[in-house]
Design a protein around this ligand. Sequence first.
Ligand SMILES: [Zn+2]
Length: 60
Amino acid sequence: MLVKIVTLFLVFMIVMGAIQRALNPNRKIGKRDQTRLKRPRKCPECGRFLIGRSTCSCGR
Ligand SMILES: [Zn+2]
């Protein structure tokens, strides 16, 4: 009985790994992250561009 449960768990893990490997290339997460980094971010409070830092001089 315990061997059956362990085998089922291993099969489940293998299936989950295969699904993740199949989904990741289609989603292109790395490429999306690159475009998000290249896009200039603006401060939501004063609208100034935040270049090379995450905080604005206005304190936000
Ligand atoms: Zn600001």
